[in-house]
Write a protein that binds this ligand. Structure first.
Ligand code: NAD
Ligand code: DAU
Length: 357
């Protein structure tokens, strides 16, 4: 049994689905179901006794303590977070509450649970914290990619809150000996990605005939990793990572945002051409830049490749094609997420605080 937090969100849901498809070990999935949590993502697990869904907050110490005592997981994988940079600029409070205070409370609950475990289980226990490359700040055009030794220079309320959580995790290892692992990953993309983030937003806006808003000059660079490759990296770190270590996870796919948007448009032109024969590129609109916008992220993933033998399975070309196709194949998911209808479905399906999905 493992406990996953935030397992109804984009990466967490992909992780739970992949985990149960590959490991056959039960999962307790603790998710608050904020706007970003969506039980539709886990619909295929309905009736699967290996998946125990619990709606709740990682900051609810009593609830987390009860779940740990009841299910006795051998590991905690912490995905739960507020994850969107623009939202953090608009309203940082939730980011501090969940990413900082929530992680602190989860660490404390984990520490007390771990300390009371019998020796063999104590030895085997792991707390894996899922973090981001944004904690390292921004890179100039010529600078080498972020290694694990790069200093922390977070620039947005989101990245500052994630940096704070990483520091707490590190401190709980050094001070209390909690067996922790941290992963710092680059930009994910793939199925179930909430359409507030660049790639899904461009796909759904393009199909809806709306503008494709490109911030500033569109030359900001991100490194892109297909979400299932992130999931395989987390599984590998959980299995073989060295305690107290951090692992950078990335796809060696540095791309300017405008190239991403053009690629999405080209794939849609091929797979679902506009009825007027024009390219979706006609919908690209340059808009005012994000405040404090980091110019470039790049991940040096050699440590996880060398020490743990992990490599991404997808290239950017194969991953982005699968992603665009997934959105074309799932208009009902997009419609529900955009209209908020899935909230009503959640209310109806999951009225009890705890249910097997
Ligand atoms: P997401 O916003 O799609 O999902 C977050 C999930 O956490 C949601 O299901 C939400 O309901 C849940 N949640 C939020 N607050 C909670 C709380 N207090 N208690 C319990 N559950 C709560 O996020 P994501 O993109 O899937 O990111 C998951 C994790 O991976 C985050 O920690 C994020 O910082 C990290 N990360 C994301 C990316 C990326 O590209 N998306 C890259 C690197 C790291
Ligand atoms: O690097 C990892 C991070 O990637 C994760 O830690 C975050 O949780 C995740 O949200 C993501 O952060 P970004 O800010 O990089 O992702 P976002 O999709 O919001 O933006 C990607 C780039 O595209 C960024 O440079 C801003 C730009 N952008 C974004 C949106 C939503 C646009 O130009 N237009 C847009 O409408």
């Amino acid at each position: 049994m493992i406990l996953v937090s935030g397992g109804a969100g984009f990466i967490g849901a992909n992780f739970v689905l992949d985990w149960l498809a590959t490991c056959d070990e039960p999962v307790v999935n603790l998710d608050k179901l904020t706007y970003a949590g969506n039980l539709h993502n886990l619909e295929s697990l309905q009736g699967d006794a290996r998946h125990i869904f619990v709606q709740g907050d990682i900051g609810d110490s009593a609830l987390v303590q009860r779940l740990l005592a009841e299910h006795r997981p051998r590991a905690i994988v912490n995905f739960a977070a507020e994850s969107h940079v623009d939202r953090s600029i608009h309203g940082p409070e939730d980011f501090i509450q969940t990413n900082v205070v929530g992680t602190f409370r989860l660490l404390e609950a984990a520490r007390h649970y771990w300390q009371a475990l019998p020796a063999a289980e104590k030895e085997a226990f792991r707390f894996l914290h899922v973090s981001t490359d944004e904690v390292y700040g921004t890179l100039s055009a010529e600078a080498p990619a972020f290694t694990e030794a790069h200093c922390y220079e977070p620039n947005s309320p989101y990245s500052a809150s994630k940096a704070a959580s990483d520091h707490l995790v590190r401190a709980w290892h050094h001070t209390y000996g909690l067996p922790v692992l941290t992963t710092n990953c680059s930009n994910n993309y793939g199925p179930y990605h909430f359409p507030e983030k660049l790639i899904p937003l461009m796909i759904v806006n393009a199909l809806a005939g709306k503008n494709l808003p490109v911030y500033g000059d569109g030359m900001q660079i991100r490194d892109w990793l297909y979400v299932k490759d992130h999931c395989s990296a987390i599984r590998r770190v959980l299995q073989a990572g060295q305690l107290g270590e951090t692992y950078n996870v990335g796809g060696w796919n540095e791309k300017p945002n405008i190239d991403i948007v053009n690629t999405v448009c080209a794939l849609l032109d091929e797979l679902r051409p506009r009825s007027d024969g024009q390219s979706y590129r006609a919908q690209i609109t340059y808009v005012q830049d994000r405040p404090g916008h980091d110019r470039r992220y790049a991940i040096d993933a050699r440590k996880i490749e060398r020490e743990l033998g992990w490599k991404p399975a997808e290239t950017f070309d194969s991953g982005i094609r699968k992603t665009v196709q997934w959105y074309l194949d799932h208009p009902e998911w997009v419609g529900q997420v955009q209209s908020g209808a899935y909230r009503e479905w959640v209310q109806k399906q999951y009225q009890a605080a705890e249910a097997t999905a």
